[in-house]
Ligand binder design. Sequence first.
Ligand SMILES: NC(=O)c1ccc[n+]([C@@H]2O[C@H](COP(=O)([O-])OP(=O)(O)OC[C@H]3O[C@@H](n4cnc5c(N)ncnc54)[C@H](OP(=O)(O)O)[C@@H]3O)[C@@H](O)[C@H]2O)c1
Length: 317
Amino acid sequence: MRSETLRALEPNEYLVRNHVIAMDPALVSRMRNESNYAEPVAVGEVMHAYTVGEVIESNCPAIPVGQMRVARFGMQEYTIASESLGGFPVDTERAPASWYLGVLGTTGATAWLSFKEICDPKPGETVLISSAGSSVGTVVAQLALRAKCSVVGIVSTPEKAAQVQSAWGVKQVLSYRDKSIDELSKELAQACPDGVDVYYDNTSGDISEAVLDHYNAGARIAVVGRMALSHLADTRLDVGRRDNNMILSRRIRKQGFVLSDHLASMPEAVNALAGLIQAGSINVQEDILEGIENAPAAFFRMLNGENQGKQLVRLVS
Ligand SMILES: NC(=O)c1ccc[n+]([C@@H]2O[C@H](COP(=O)([O-])OP(=O)(O)OC[C@H]3O[C@@H](n4cnc5c(N)ncnc54)[C@H](OP(=O)(O)O)[C@@H]3O)[C@@H](O)[C@H]2O)c1
């Protein structure tokens, strides 16, 4: 934690008071000094994070005082930003500010766009979701149920599995913690007796290796996250069974997804999700700690899988 006095704004800068910070799993990969789709955080730099904040001073005509904005303002109470930071205004009359960091923000849009673009779900198919209790996973589960698919989830513990079953209506949820790849694979065989048609992969690593023998011909795999690699200082240490034999023989399509490639489609996703929430088809669950001093605790809470819903830190009530 570091305190400093805010300096005066320069031309084309604005000052934001951050209201809510998102504890996104993607921040783990920003702490590795390796090639990724986003720049790593330099030592001594403010930790990256998306926040929603209010513009309280502005030298940017396009970003007026009073506007609520979402952007990568960082894990801090106030941010001096310039127009080049990007981000966009949000309507906090339409939905609470925090939703723009979850279901109406990056996680909801990731779920909606990747599921539509890669998974191509058909009624009766089996959709398997790792990290099924995550913000992304719960939206995918609800979209898959709406598409009349049979949904199976994987989460860390039996307790979390029970929560996901009762909160999100997913009938079959397995736990992976303290299980070998073979043990999880055997449980998957039982939970998916008709095989797996779509694997929505939020974790990669051992959990995904356990799915290898269960794909049906023509299965689709959306690779969206790498939570199971969080403990590795270097992702090249993630070694396991190769999957080409299965991909070829079962004509599987495996595709990575990064939301920043799809920013132009975000309004479409957010509007669709807002409609589904209004219609009662999507539930929103958030897990909020108060105060900037609780940001590290909130981050570890998410890494330990203790979060029930999107993990956030609120700075302004
Ligand atoms: N590609 C993109 O553009 C994009 C955009 C947004 C999010 N994502 C990815 O989507 C996934 C879900 O994100 P989110 O924001 O929805 O997550 P979230 O709600 O913050 O939940 C994160 C969950 O990850 C699981 N987890 C933590 N450590 C793990 C480990 N070592 N192995 C396996 N699982 C672990 C925990 O669930 P358990 O208790 O079940 O383990 C935790 O609750 C993440 O992988 C994230 O990076 C990708």
